[in-house]
Write a protein that binds this ligand. Sequence first.
Ligand code: ADP
Length: 467
Amino acid sequence: MAPTNFASPRRLIAWAMGPCVPAWSVLLVLGGTGRLSWTEALVSSAVVFVFMALLVFTRLADFDLMIDYAERMLADPDAPPPQLNRSATARRLLAAITALRKLWAERRDEAGALAKSRQNILDSLPDPLFILDNRRRIVSTNGAARELFETERTAGPLVGRDLAGIIRDPKVLEAADGALVQTKKAEAEFTLPSPVERTFLAAVVPLSSSVHDGRAALVLLHDQTERLKMDQMRADFVANASHELRTPLASVLGFTETLLGPAKDDPEAQAKFLPIMLTQAERMKRLIDDLLSLSRIELHEHTRPTEAVDVMPTLRNVIELIEKQGADNKPVIRVTAAPDAPKAVADINELYQVFFNLLGNAVKYGGEKGVDVEVALSQTRPKDMPGRGACLKIAVRDYGEGIPREHLARLTERFYRVDNARSRQLGGTGLGLAIVKHITIRHRGVLTIESEIGKGSTFAVFLPVPA
Ligand code: ADP
C-alpha cells in the first residue's frame, strides 16, 4: 500500500469544532445579552473556527495520519509509513513507532528462527515424537512421526488430531491422560499392525506449558522390533546350541555308564561303543569350535581386514586337507584360476575357514561328479556388495542334488539345515554357512548361492581387491 499523506477532512473538521465550543459559548452569551450584535458574534465565531481549523489542519492532521498508519499496521505489519507534513511531535512519534516496529520485526524473526531450529532439532531425532495439548490433541510432531503415521491409513496431517486417532492402544492413551491430568510419567508398549508389524515403546512425559491451561505432554516412540527380534534370536540360538550339544553328550554319558556298569568286563561292547563315543565327542568338539569361531568373527566384524593376500596357497592347502581326510573315493576338486586374478583384501585364517566350509559342503552334498572351483576377477559387484569397482570371485560349484528354492534364503542362518538327519550323519554342525556369511560381511564382501534341482549348487564368495 502507498504511504498516506492526507488526513480525513471530516474527522479534522470534527476535531477543529471541539476547541471552538468554549469561545462560541462566550460569543453566544455576548450576542444574547446584547453586548455584541449577532453579526459581530457570528463573524467572531467564524474567525475562531477558521483559526482552529488552521491549527488542526497544520498540527493535528499529522496525528490523524499516524492513527491511520497504526490501523494499517494492524492488518499489515509491513505497511508503509505516512509522509508527515508539519508536526515535529508527530515526526518524533513516527520515528519512535518505526524503531519499535523494527524491534518487533527482529523479535518476530528471532521467534521464527527459534521455532524453525526447534523443529529442525525435532526432525533430526530418529524416533517419532508428538507434543500434545491439554486435550490430548497433537500440536507438534517430527519428521519420523510424519513418516510413520502420515499414511493413507491416517489420511492427512497429524497436527490438530487426537492422539487416539493415530494410536488406538488403550495403554498408550491411558499413559497420555495420566501425563496430562496427573502430570505422571508413564511407558506403554504397543504394536502397529501395518504395513509391517512393529512394536514400539511409548514414553509419555508431562510438560509444563505456558499455553493450553499450563498442561502438555511429550510422547516419544522407540522402535522395539529389532531388539525383540534379537532377543528371540538369542533365545533360539541358546536353545538350539544346547540341543545340539545335549544329543552327543547324552550318548557319551549313556555309553560311559554302560561301560562302567553292565559292560564293564565286556570287550565286545567296548569295541562297539568306544568308537561311537569318539564320534560323538568329535561332534561336540566340532560344534564348540564352530560356536567359538562364530562368536570370534562377530566380535570383530566391524574391523575389516587390511592385508592384500594371494588366495591360491590357502585354497590349495584346504583342498589338500580335504583330499587327505576320510574316504578314498572322494570326488575330485578341480581349480581354474584366471591369470589376471588379483589378490584379495582378506584375513588368511578366515579365508581358510571360508574355503574349508564351502569345499567341505560341496564334497559332502555334491555327489560323485567332482567339484569345480573358479578364481577370477569380476568386473562387476553383486548387488549387495558395498563399494564400487572390480572384485575377486571365488566360486565353488558342485553337481549334486541341488537345494530347493525355498531353503536358499535361510541356509546361512545358524543351525538351519535342509535335511537335519543327513547333515548330522555327515558330521555337519549347521554352522558352516553362518560362519562363511559373517566372514564375508567382515570382509565387506558377499556370499551368493545359486542352485538348481538335479543339477547342483554354486556358492560364490566376492571379496574386495586392493585399490
Ligand atoms: P552343515 O554343517 O549342516 O553342512 P552348513 O551351514 O554348512 O551346515 O550348511 C547348511 C545346510 O545347507 C546344510 O545342512 C545343507 O542342507 C545345505 N547345504 C550346504 N551346502 C550345500 C551344497 N553344496 N549342496 C546342497 N546343500 C548344501
